[in-house]
Design a protein around this ligand. Structure first.
Ligand code: BES
Ligand code: ZN
Ligand code: MN
Length: 511
């Protein structure tokens, strides 16, 4: 599926020859909730002779964030259809909250599936906020129009195609900063889309070698340096964690390294991104219950996000050196699978006593993180669908975040900016004590299999694989990387692309 095409227009939105036009709608709490058309919709409101908001109110509109109200225009303006999207209370500043705008635009564009050409007449301020507000609108529109192609053998009746062309109404269509945002949005959206596709693919179609091949092909196309270690090389290289998890499957594991080197920067900051790439997590010998196990096809969302971030970085060319490490394996029970009780020597030499083969993410990540540190890096950001505990404690929208002060602050700030919130959690000494092994350096989980605070056990374990002096953060995306409910905002069912835009924002912030 292709992205909608993007263009900027600065003619009167009331006269645009499109199939539908999107406007914003505020409520005014100090006016008894009366509706107010958002900035950008002035000429359209004027064409309705003062009856636009009363008509929308009649149709049930309240201006609540994300609410979508459709109105036939019956010749008042050129477009036959208006979609009014709620943007919440009238903003105090020049622009509404970015995430409200991002979600609202996503909801509107989703509601317009079936309309080939759509214009957005949304509040885009004309001040220093302009680029980031435009960015939010573009991200909402492009991410919201995503649809997984799927595997149906016959086209579905009544299924409406996503919007094909988007015109963005703006004060000056020749504005260079705005044009740059359009190009950036296309690069980001294309990368996010690939990651979502990979997450949504069924696990029989995406086994470790398939994922490594897809990433290699996409990375080569954008000029990234690619290194792929196969099973033999992983064994020879001392990647005990990846080998242990991968050895139970007929489809052997891979470690993929992607490298972006900026041009003309003397001593660039070095950033390593590490992603968990379990193409399917049965739990292994410590097998998971059948209900919901299928969802573990998304257990490679961290690796997909890291790959997507590098694909975008290769095209956006920031002045930071960025490497991506994808730890890819399939966690299966079999005669060759690793067992509870095994002691595994990891890439950095530490010995781990295995208690639960379902805690496989930290085994593959420990190796990949140690390798990233061995290659040399200033920062290490690792993303993984690591624990069900993340979902229990923070839910489906807020990622768990652990690590050192500077790196976690970077993730918090970037996540808040792009609408991918992450909440910092502690790495308590008590939790580390509970992971003391009788016979090895550390247990992989709590030695009594006590699940209390088990999201923290993941972070505490992974800390053992970060070298002294490296700023590091672990982002547990178990909930936020995969959306199971009905579509909402710019999220459709399935892979969400979290935390790709956070990683891109961090790299921008460091550049
Ligand atoms: N991939 C799972 C975590 C997960 C759960 C991701 C739900 C997405 C949604 C991970 O490998 C796992 O099985 N974790 C265990 C850890 C435990 C054995 C210490 C868990 O969360 O129960
Ligand atoms: Zn897993
Ligand atoms: Mn698991």
């Amino acid at each position: 599926m292709t992205l909608p095409s993007l263009s900027l227009v600065d003619s009167d939105p009331a006269e645009l020859a499109v199939d539908a036009i999107v406007i914003g709608l505020h409520s005014q709490p100090d006016q008894g909730g009366a509706l107010l058309p958002a900035a950008g919709a002035e000429s359209i409101a004027a064409a309705f002779d003062g009856k636009l908001t009363s008509t929308l109110a009649l149709l049930g509109a309240t201006g609540a964030p994300g609410e979508v109200t459709k109105l036939a225009t019956l010749g008042t303006i050129s477009a036959p259809l208006i979609v009014a999207v709620g943007l919440g209370d009238e903003p105090s500043g020049s622009a509404p909250d970015r995430e409200t705008l991002r979600r609202g635009t996503g909801a509107a564009v989703r509601a317009l599936a079936g309309s080939p050409a759509v214009a957005l007449a949304l509040p885009l301020p004309d001040d220093e906020d302009a680029p980031t507000v435009l960015r939010a609108v573009l991200e909402g529109a492009l991410l919201g129009s995503y649809r997984f192609a799927g595997y149906k053998t016959k086209p579905q009746k009544g299924r409406r195609d996503p919007v094909a062309a988007l015109q963005i109404s703006i004060a000056d269509a020749g504005d260079e900063a705005a044009t740059a945002e359009l190009r950036r949005a296309e690069v980001v959206a294309r990368s996010v889309r690939l990651a979502r596709d990979w997450v949504n693919m069924p696990p029989n179609e995406l086994r470790p070698a398939n994922l490594a091949d897809l990433v290699t092909a996409a990375a080569t196309e954008v000029g990234l340096e690619v290194e792929v270690l196969d099973f033999e090389q992983l064994k020879a290289g001392g990647y005990g964690g990846i080998v242990a998890v991968g050895q139970g499957s007929e489809a052997p594991p891979r470690l993929v390294k992607l490298t972006y080197t900026p041009e003309g920067v003397a001593e660039p900051k070095r950033v390593a991104l590490v992603g968990k790439g379990i193409t399917f997590d049965t739990g292994g010998v410590s097998i998971k219950p059948a209900a919901g196990m299928w969802e573990m096809k998304s257990d490679m969302a961290g690796a997909a996000a890291v790959a997507a971030a590098l694909l975008a970085i290769a095209q956006l060319k920031p002045g930071v050196a960025v490497s991506g490490y994808l730890a890819i394996a399939e966690n299966m029970p079999s005669g060759s699978a690793y067992r509870p009780g095994d002691v595994i020597t990891m890439f950095n030499g530490k010995r781990v006593e295995v208690f639960n083969t379902d805690a496989e993410g930290r085994m593959v990540l420990g190796d990949a993180m140690a390798r990233a540190c061995a290659d040399g890096t200033d920062y290490l950001f690792e993303a993984s669908t690591l624990t069900g505990g993340q979902v229990i404690s923070l839910g489906k929208r807020i990622s768990g975040l652990m690590g050192s002060d500077e790196a976690t602050a970077l993730v918090e700030t970037a996540g808040a900016t792009v609408g991918e919130p992450a909440w910092r959690m502690p790495l308590p000494d008590d939790v580390r004590k509970g992971m003391e092994s009788e016979i090895a350096d550390i247990c992989q989980t709590n030695a009594n299999l006590d699940r209390a605070g088990h999201m923290l056990q993941g972070g505490v374990f992974l800390r053992e694989f970060v070298s002294e002096g490296v700023e590091w953060a672990h982002i547990d995306i178990a909930g936020p990387s995969y959306h199971t409910g009905e579509a909402t905002g710019y999220w459709t069912k399935g892979g969400t692309g979290v935390p790709i835009r956070t990683l891109l924002q961090i790299v921008d912030d460091l550049a």
